[in-house]
Design a protein around this ligand. Sequence first.
Ligand code: NAD
Ligand code: UDP
Length: 315
Amino acid sequence: MNQKRVLVTGGAGFIGSHLCEKLLEQGHDVVCLDNLFTGQKDNIRHLMNNPYFEFVRQDVLEDIYIECDQIYNLACPASPIHYQYDPIKTGKTSVMGALHTLGLAKRCHARIVQASTSEIYGDPEVHPQPESYRGCVNPNGMRSCYDEGKRMAETLFFDYHRQHGVDIKVIRIFNTYGPRMRSDDGRVVSNFIVQALSGKDITIYGNGQQTRSFCYVDDLVDGMIRMMNSRDGFTGPVNLGNPGEFTMLQLAELIIQITGSHSQIVYLPLPQDDPTQRKPVIELAKKELDWEPTIPLEEGLKKTIAYFKKTLNYA
Ligand code: NAD
Ligand code: UDP
């Protein structure tokens, strides 16, 4: 096989740790660079004894000097409570992280994949969202540090491509879930599962009619690697997500049913700028990457619930 030296920024996080694991399985030489803000050593502990895996504790705000053939740039807190904890830092992480990884890709002639997001579309007026939709984003609200940071990162990626010929690939990830999500990161899937397992109230924000499309992490990682290996000149942006669309009320009811929980549903105020609907058009990913998700929500939730049961010691 053709072994590559692969740098994964944000590799100790939820998605990054699954990506590192898969790349090692495929025989690559992987460097995980992470400042452990939301990532955890426990996510990569099982990889530490592999001679082809290295962990570098570093912030992407600092210059990166690592020789590599491929880069996946994932470093950025992704859950609203974490990216809003220090919004100025979040903006810097997206922008400076893009500049540093793009500079590295330019020097090393490495191919680079940017983990962009469906938040690029903001609170979308076009439904479902194709890549051609330019979005409806508040530039100065609570979510802007993340949304606008990721939008600027996309701009930098395309400018480095046009100006310096850097071999870029941009993926727009829709809500992804699975084992190694943090129990305390406030995202809806982890919140509802932990609440259901502990018998606490299930907290729906707003009336629960807002929708999201949930992709299981294994499907996403498969799509990310396909994007890295896609044909020369295909830059994206390409949506990666599961087009199944669910209201938050449906999600709560499904999790209650699978766990057999006696938790009650309670309704709390909707956070500012919370998108009302979200569902990817994935025709481009099907055509260019021969990719589509294979794991239905119920199956993915069962695996995720099993993970939380084990790690949080629920019977
Ligand atoms: P995560 O918070 O688990 O992972 C992010 C990782 O980046 C963490 O390990 C964190 O410690 C690290 N990090 C944060 N700031 C850093 C910095 N300044 N320097 C170095 N490392 C830093 O989140 P995730 O869900 O695994 O998301 C990974 C990437 O995918 C993010 O870029 C996110 O924006 C993107 N994404 C995720 C989703 C999703 O649903 N999970 C959706 C869209 C986009
Ligand atoms: N949400 C909810 N209860 C929770 C956590 C989240 O109803 O305990 C809602 C949230 O308001 C949003 C949706 O679930 O409408 C998805 O939230 P998440 O933070 O997981 O992702 P994002 O909003 O970034 O898509």
